[in-house]
Design a protein around this ligand. Structure first.
Ligand code: C5P
Length: 207
């Protein structure tokens, strides 16, 4: 199996880089955050609490991972709920098989998330950990929301990212951290084109 694992915090640019890498190599691409977002949103839509382990596990067992095209998945409510359900071990376990099957696709697969290099695909030949300062990430997310015509307040975006980073890095199960053999790519001062050129250099050296 040829897997490119792309991990990192929210709004680091990892999704854009992962998509571009997949297109470059002709691999399939999976945004694993959408799995957690789908679970979080299902729990919210059922009027339940995303931190409720039983409710979250039931949702994880009943989502269809092949249907992740609901536009509501990209919203901030889904993101916050995602990081709550993602801290529940059995939820992570329930989503693992789909990710593993995807990782086995030919000729290769690019998966992005938080634990691809550490837990889901520890043997992936190429691992990137894409990061940027929280202020830069907040600025990017804020501009993206405004460009979509949505209301956004920078200070609130910054606060939400900090809270999500804290939950994602401090959880006991599969916390956000670079794998020992991951190459860290700090995109704070890079354009997308520069970051992609760097990412490509790293990945080509490892495949
Ligand atoms: O990447 P995205 O921002 O869509 O992820 C939403 C949330 O899902 C993250 O904040 C994280 O808590 C969780 N997640 C995870 N493991 C992954 C992907 C996402 O815990 N592999």
């Amino acid at each position: 199996m040829t897997v490119i694992a792309v991990d990192g915090p929210a709004a680091s640019g990892k999704g854009t880089l992962a998509r571009k890498l997949a297109a470059h190599f002709g691999y399939d691409y999976l945004d694993t955050g959408k799995l957690y977002r789908a679970v979080g949103l299902a729990v919210l839509n059922a009027g339940q609490d995303p931190s409720d382990a039983d409710a979250a596990l039931a949702a994880a067992q009943s989502i269809d991972p092949a249907r992740l095209d609901d536009p509501a998945l990209s919203g901030d409510d889904a993101a916050a709920a995602a990081s709550k359900v993602a801290a529940i071990g059995p939820v992570r376990a329930a989503l693992k098989d789909f990710q593993l099957a995807f990782a086995g696709r030919e000729p290769g697969a690019v998966l992005d998330g938080r634990d691809i290099g550490t837990v889901i695909c520890p043997d992936a030949p190429a691992k990137l950990f894409v990061t940027a300062t929280v202020e830069v990430r907040a600025e990017r997310r804020h501009k993206e929301l405004l460009s979509r015509g949505e209301d956004s307040i920078y200070a609130r975006v910054l606060q939400e990212l900090k809270e999500r980073d804290e939950r994602d890095t401090s959880r006991a199960d599969a916390p956000l951290r670079p794998a020992d053999d991951a190459q860290v790519l700090d995109t704070s001062a890079m354009t997308i084109e520069e970051a992609f050129a760097e990412a490509l250099k790293i990945v080509e050296g490892r495949l």
